[in-house]
Design a protein around this ligand. Sequence first.
Ligand code: GLV
Length: 344
Amino acid sequence: MDNRFLVTTAIPEPGLRLLGAAGHVTVLPDRPDHATLSSLCASGSYDVVLTQLSDTIDAPLLAAARIRGVSNFAVGFDNIDVDTATRLGIAVANTPGVLTDATADIALLLILGTARRVVEADRLVRDGRFHGWEPELLLGRDVSGSVLGLAGFGRIARATARRALGFGMQVVFSPRPPGDRVVGEEELGEFAGRVRQVSWDDLVQRSDFLSLHVPLVEDTVHLVDAAVLARMKPGAILINTARGPIVDEPALVDALRNGVIAGAGLDVFEDEPRLSAGLAELTNTVLLPHLGSATVPVRAEMARLSALNAVAMAEGRTPPHPVNHPLNRSVVHPVDRSGKEVPA
Ligand code: GLV
């Protein structure tokens, strides 16, 4: 019960309750800047820090930190330098699985919303510009029969494929662009014979909707840049529910302005919450404030998992959802970075 948790931003229940039952919880009143978070982590006052994807846990912070673990309230962990954490014997954990369907729902919402011009339509009604049914009012495009290209074929991409097939879309995918890994039939499972694997280059050229589902790592930064945008169909729509920096956002604004592609549905931005100049003015976009996992039950599950991860790490156990298991314990044994004994 002497566990000490630092929570950088309040999380929903049952998260705080679970942490409170296992130790002392400090919830910061405001989102900490990097210097504040670094000095809190270095203070020796906390065993585990429960972070948001907006908290940058980089090598300098980790090197000075006296903590056992970082529990990220997200499935993505690109905000954390996991290699450095592993080297230093600091555990990292995340919240996979529970947000798959909710995020795929947002991908479909963006596909439908861009195809059927929902933002423009809503604005027209609210502005009092709806004067009755018109044969050519706000005509969109058909989703059924069009080609959905999935960049990536992990959990969220598959859940998106399942939905898209239900809408009568043709689904093609490239499992891990920019490389071209081959996925065998057995790996396809329920999708065997229903989706087709193509190269990244083919995916770019044949998609009516190109939806991004890759992690943000070194080789996916600006995976979609001006050159890729130029190879897409002029009628194509880009969908991003993954991470903003996967797209070169200023290049996307240019492409949307100049008709290189037809539209974009974005739930994430390159430098969140800032938008690239010109993006907000474009009518051929649907822009959401990173809502992929934002349902009441999903956020409660994320809170529960992140708390269970944090408690396990504080107690020196492997968390239920480790990102860097096994740890390089030799670095810290027998007294770990929080100053506690490491259980044998
Ligand atoms: C949200 O973007 C997450 O990674 O959970």
